[in-house]
Design a protein around this ligand. Sequence first.
Ligand SMILES: NC(=O)c1ccc[n+]([C@@H]2O[C@H](COP(=O)([O-])OP(=O)(O)OC[C@H]3O[C@@H](n4cnc5c(N)ncnc54)[C@H](O)[C@@H]3O)[C@@H](O)[C@H]2O)c1
Length: 282
Amino acid sequence: MSIEVIGVVGAGTMGSGIAQMFAEKGLTTRLWDRTEELTRRGVDAIRKRLDKSVEKGTISAEAAAESLTRLHPAASLAEFADADLVIEAIFEDCAAKTALYRQLEEIVRADTLIGSNTSSLSVTDLSGTLARPERFLGLHFFNPPTRLALVEVITTAAFQAERLQEVNDLLQRCGKQPVTVKDSPGFIVNRLLLPLINEAARLVDSGVASPADIDTAMRLGTLHPAGPLQVADLIGLDICCDILQKLASSLDNPNYLPSAALTNRVAAGKLGRKSGCGFYSY
Ligand SMILES: NC(=O)c1ccc[n+]([C@@H]2O[C@H](COP(=O)([O-])OP(=O)(O)OC[C@H]3O[C@@H](n4cnc5c(N)ncnc54)[C@H](O)[C@@H]3O)[C@@H](O)[C@H]2O)c1
């Protein structure tokens, strides 16, 4: 089956970006959030980003207008009845997500795929309450989903493996690069990136090297396009601590716990770019 109609639940940072990406790539895209106002805000954010791209000359005014005709703000979840794939991008809360899936399963077809954009919850746990867990998978997009090509496609033991091709075909059609990963803490990127950030933060506080020299070393010595501390400031040091806590508890390994170099900065309100200061000042 070819996926043609996408439903996105949650019109925040990720949901609005994912919906924009699919609408720009030619798919009929429905977007819904908890209230009409929140759904409208998501659509407004998409419109603003498209306008900016037109101003910069990266897309034509016609292409932006066409994308908007494919984007359908939904008045209720009932409008997702014709979706081939629904992507959930709501708060990172297991109970809220599973309650939503139960509601969705009452509305969508039996063969509609449901994907979660969770970055840190167990996809297996999330699938546990579904009547049809064989249609459920993790689809971890990166921020901003309109620009970053990677999508981690997370499968569980219950997932119907033959359906992976449909998902990969869709993502490739949209210019994305899917990687397949079995459900496990942090998937690939966060499992590898967060310990690196944690260790880089320790090096700063133990006076081994400056943030700029650590980042330069990793850019030029290992071909990372950005250094780990630049990336940490971009993600937000509070979010980094949160992911490390979750890795430590789900892997039952204290080595993953956030270092004092991270937790002290968070306690001092130094959260990275969003607070104007982290390892660097902005
Ligand atoms: N922000 C990132 O960089 C990033 C990257 C990858 C994955 N994620 C994951 O994506 C998901 C969304 O994150 P975000 O940063 O977009 O959050 P966000 O707070 O910007 O947006 C979440 C949206 O979900 C809506 N929402 C909450 N409960 C809902 C419900 N029951 N029904 C409908 N809408 C509901 C909220 O109103 C809000 O608009 C989370 O699972 C997060 O872990 C985030």
